[in-house]
Design a protein around this ligand. Structure first.
Ligand code: HEM
Length: 463
């Protein structure tokens, strides 16, 4: 008997697709469900083209709560600020359960190591990066910024994003990891860029399908493994104060240090560099804001000169206008999503979200809620004047650093480093934008937006 294998396979596949559509359990209390038409992939192809755009279009079409089926997981998006604030406070919406597998895929931290070290890692970050502890970083950071800014020379032209990255990355690395442990060579940069670009897909799909990305990840993990070994051997810290990474290595259980170092390197660099880039770009593209800031800088430091200026806590307090610009720029370019996992049925509006769903909120879109931020698309640093910044509180509805008890522990550090770098750069150089202000790219969810085009600047020493 002749068997037509192709026909049988087509029949089976057809049946699977029909069953997939017909026998999905439907619950009248469930949010609208966007499942796409390909089993397991779901709506991944439409979503992947421009995830942030997809979220906004789905909100307009389906309402404030909707579920999207992607790569075998249910992602439920919650788009009203009040609902998001509530789930961020809820004990039934868990961060650890939401990210454990993604961390295993992206930085090879096993489930066992994650559960063993999770609480220590977070407590250590909160404690070491708290606002009262920042003074321990400021001297090194200021010195490192000056050293790297000096590489710019008297004048030049460069893409602003690259300019910021080439200063911030080594300076922060030397501050957090230690002076002798800064691997930022050209090869490192290439692998890190490749790793970073594929991170979102790499967190969901087996590494087997992402050969190039996997190679860069392995390369980086090997570098961080060597760094961890060198730091452990280094005796110089015994006499002086320890770096953040030395504290981490002293407290880590097991042999997976490289994953934690790669994770921390990513967390401390990617958003911070983009945030500083956008803040400078917004300042330079708003002449009146730029002019006022320069007047403030001159009133504190006097006219431009060769000497390295000191930029410590007291100086930062004298230049609050720059901090308002940082917070406002971050509002406009905030990360595309934050994530939790529903551990029990969760009521949001009139819907019940089933346990196991990944709960998603988008700081990027929430920061465009006119109730909290009138004229949301306008860069308006003055809206921050009314915020109680002195008490370390942000405006209501501001979620650039996430929310609830798992807010970003690096938030005070990043505000300080960005503030410091901007003062040093603007004190030393006069900048002119050569390209129109780029728009925010809507392609990535897990970090601050990238620019959608070049943003070259011309700079020369101020007279
Ligand atoms: C503009 C810069 C930054 C932005 C926008 C940002 C944003 C975020 C967000 C949204 C989260 C997740 C919070 C949540 O789920 O509620 C997070 C987590 C985290 N961030 Fe940041 N971050 C920035 C800079 C930094 C820096 C400079 C560091 C370290 C020095 C850092 C370290 C971390 C760590 C370790 C976590 C994970 C915390 C955990 O264990 O749960 N971040 N960040």
């Amino acid at each position: 008997m002749d068997i037509d294998v192709t026909a049988i396979l087509s029949l089976v596949l057809g049946l699977i697709i029909i069953m997939y559509f017909l026998f999905q359990p439907k619950n009248p209390n469930s949010p609208p469900f966007i499942r796409g038409w390909i089993p397991w992939f779901g709506a991944a192809f439409q979503f992947g083209k421009a995830p942030l755009k997809f979220i906004e279009q789905a909100r307009i079409k389906y309402g404030p709560v909707f579920t999207v089926y992607l790569l075998g997981n249910r992602f439920t998006f919650v788009t009203e600020t009040e609902d998001v604030l509530e789930f961020l406070r809820s004990k039934e919406a868990d961060l650890d359960e939401a990210v454990q597998q993604a961390l295993q895929h992206t930085v090879s931290i096993s489930k066992e190591s994650f559960h063993q070290n999770r609480s220590m890692f977070f407590k250590l970050m909160i404690q070491q990066l708290s606002s009262s502890n920042l003074h321990q970083f400021s001297e090194t950071l200021c010195k490192e910024f000056h050293e790297h800014v000096e590489h710019l020379g008297k004048e030049g032209t460069e893409d602003l994003n690259d300019l910021v990255r080439h200063i911030m990355c080594p300076a922060v690395m030397k501050t957090l990891f230690g002076k002798n442990f800064c691997p930022t060579t050209g090869e490192f940069e290439r692998h890190f860029q490749n790793f970073d670009e594929g991170l979102e897909v790499g967190s969901q799909i087996p590494e087997f399908f992402l050969r190039n990305w996997g190679k860069s990840k392995t390369w980086l993990l090997n570098v961080f493994e060597r760094i961890a070994t060198d730091i452990k051997k280094d005796k110089s810290s015994e006499s002086g104060s320890k770096t953040l990474i030395q504290h981490l290595l002293d407290n880590l259980h097991g042999n997976e240090a490289s994953g934690y170092l790669l994770l921390l390197f990513w967390a401390s660099q990617v958003n911070a560099i983009l945030g500083a880039f956008w803040t400078l770009a917004f300042i330079l593209s708003n002449p009146s804001v730029y002019k006022n800031i320069m007047e403030d800088i001159v009133s504190v430091y006097g006219k431009a000169g060769e000497a390295r200026i000191e930029v410590f806590e007291d100086n930062l307090k004298k230049l609050p206008s720059i901090k308002l610009c940082i917070l406002e720029a971050l509002r406009l370019v905030a990360p595309g999503s934050i994530i939790r996992k529903a551990m029990k049925p969760l009521k949001v509006q009139n819907f019940v979200i089933p346990p196991g769903d990944l709960l998603m909120a988008s700081p990027y879109w929430l920061h465009r809620n006119t109730k909290y931020f009138p004229e949301p698309e306008t860069f308006k640093p003055s809206r921050w004047e009314e915020a109680t910044l002195k008490k370390n509180a942000f405006l209501d509805g501001y979620l650039v650093f996430g929310g609830g008890k798992h807010q970003c522990p690096g938030r005070w550090f990043v505000l300080m480093e960005t503030h410091m770098l901007i003062i040093i750069l603007l004190y030393k150089y006069q900048f002119t934008l050569l390209d129109p202000m780029p728009k925010q790219s809507l392609l990535q969810l897990s970090r601050v937006c990238q620019p959608d085009g070049p943003c070259r600047v011309q700079y020369k020493l101020r007279e």
